[in-house]
Design a protein around this ligand. Structure first.
Ligand code: C2E
Ligand code: MG
Ligand code: MG
Ligand code: MG
Length: 291
C-alpha cells in the first residue's frame, strides 16, 4: 500500500496535475459522490465464437451516468481516477457488481458464459487485490472459471517485479487472464508465458486495416501464429465489417468482439439476446401483478 500511495502523492504534484488542479478536484469529489450515489453502470459486450457464431463471453464495460453530463465513457474519468487513487474503489465496484450479476444470471438459468473484467494496474498491484478477488468469488458463489481479468500490457509493465507473483496467485485462484490491447503497448513476449495468461486480445487498431492492409494482415497473422504455438486462445476486438470477420475466421482467430455483432448492452438487453424466452425463475422473484 505504501508503495502505491507514494506513487499517488508523487503524481499529484507533477506539473500536468497542477495545470487543471481545480477541475481535477471537482472531478474527484464527483467520482466519490458517484460511488456513494450509485451512478456507475455496466454494459456487456458479447464475444462471439467465430467458428459457430455463438456468444461465449461478454466483456463488462464501465459507464458513468453523470447527473449533468449524461453517460460518460471510461476514458473520460478512468485516467483521472487512476492518477488520484480512486480507481481501486471503482474497479472493486465493477468486480463485485459483475460477481453479483453472474450469481443472478445463474439463478435465472442464463447460459454460463465467461465474463471479462478490465482491471487497472493500480488495483492489481495493491496488496489486498488477490484477497479481495477471492472474497468476492466466495461471497457471490462465483466459480473462478467464469471470470477473466483483462490486463493491458501497460498495466503488466507497471506491475514490475510483482507481475510474476500476482499472476501466480491468480492462477492459484483458477482465474484466467487476457492480455488486452495486445501489440499497442510495451509488448513483451515474456507476458505471454506467465501463469494465468490464457488469452491474447488483438487490439482494434490492427483489426481496422483487415483484410486490405498488408501490414495489419502480417501483424495479425503473426500474433495468431504465436498465440497458437504458445497454446493461448485469441480474441480480436473492434470487428465492424463482414470482411474483417471472414479474414479472422479463416486465419483461425477463436473469438471476436465488435459492433458488427453487438454494441455493449445493458444487462436486460443481453438477457433478451441470450435467452429470448421469458426467464421462469425471474418471474418468481417479482410477484405477479394482481389481475
Ligand atoms: P478495452 O478493454 O480495449 O475495451 C474495448 C473498447 O472498444 C470499449 O470501449 C468498447 O466499447 C469499444 N468497442 C467495442 N467494439 C468496437 C467496435 O467495433 N468499434 C469501435 N470503434 N469500438 C469498439 P469503452 O467501453 O469506451 O472502454 C474503453 C476502455 O476503458 C477499455 O478498453 C478499457 O481499457 C477501459 N475500461 C472499460 N471499463 C473498465 C473498467 O471497469 N475498469 C477499468 N480499469 N478500465 C475499464
Ligand atoms: Mg478490455
Ligand atoms: Mg481491448
Ligand atoms: Mg482496445
Amino acid at each position: 500500500a505504501a508503495k502505491s500511495n507514494e506513487r499517488n502523492t508523487f503524481r499529484f504534484y507533477t506539473p500536468i496535475m497542477q495545470a487543471d488542479a481545480r477541475q481535477r478536484l471537482q472531478l474527484v469529489s464527483e467520482l466519490r459522490r458517484a460511488l456513494v450515489n450509485d451512478e456507475f453502470r455496466l454494459r456487456f459486450q458479447p464475444s462471439m465464437e467465430l467458428s459457430s457464431g455463438r456468444v461465449v463471453a461478454v466483456e463488462a464495460l464501465l459507464r458513468w451516468e453523470h447527473p449533468e453530463r449524461g453517460e460518460l465513457p471510461p476514458m473520460e474519468f478512468i485516467p483521472v481516477a487512476e492518477s488520484l487513487g480512486l480507481i481501486r474503489r471503482i474497479d472493486e465496484w465493477v468486480l463485485r457488481t459483475v460477481c453479483a450479476q453472474i450469481r443472478d444470471w445463474d439463478r435465472v438459468g442464463m447460459p454460463s458464459i465467461r465474463v471479462a473484467v478490465n482491471v487497472s494496474a493500480r488495483w492489481l498491484s495493491h496488496p489486498a487485490f488477490v484477497e479481495g478477488l477471492g472474497r468476492a468469488l466466495r461471497e457471490f458463489q462465483v466459480s473462478p472459471q467464469r471470470l477473466v481479468l483483462e490486463i493491458t500490457e501497460g498495466a503488466m509493465l507497471q506491475l514490475g517485479d510483482d507481475t510474476e507473483r500476482t499472476m501466480r496467485a491468480l492462477h492459484g485462484l483458477g482465474i484466467e487472464v487476457a492480455i488486452d490491447d495486445f501489440g499497442t503497448g510495451y509488448s513483451s513476449m515474456a507476458y505471454l508465458k506467465l501463469p494465468a495468461v490464457t488469452w491474447l486480445k488483438i487490439d482494434r487498431s490492427f483489426v481496422t486495416g483487415l483484410p486490405q492492409g498488408a501490414n495489419d494482415v502480417a501483424i495479425v497473422e503473426a500474433m495468431l501464429a504465436m498465440a497458437r504455438s504458445l497454446g493461448l486462445s485469441t480474441i480480436a476486438e473492434g470487428i465492424e465489417h463482414e470482411a474483417q470477420h471472414q479474414f479472422l475466421l479463416k486465419a483461425g482467430c477463436d473469438e471476436g468482439q465488435g459492433y458488427l455483432y453487438s454494441y455493449p448492452l445493458p444487462a436486460a438487453a443481453l438477457e433478451r439476446l441470450l435467452n429470448p424466452r421469458p426467464l421462469p425463475a425471474r418471474l418468481s422473484l417479482v410477484p405477479p401483478k394482481q389481475q
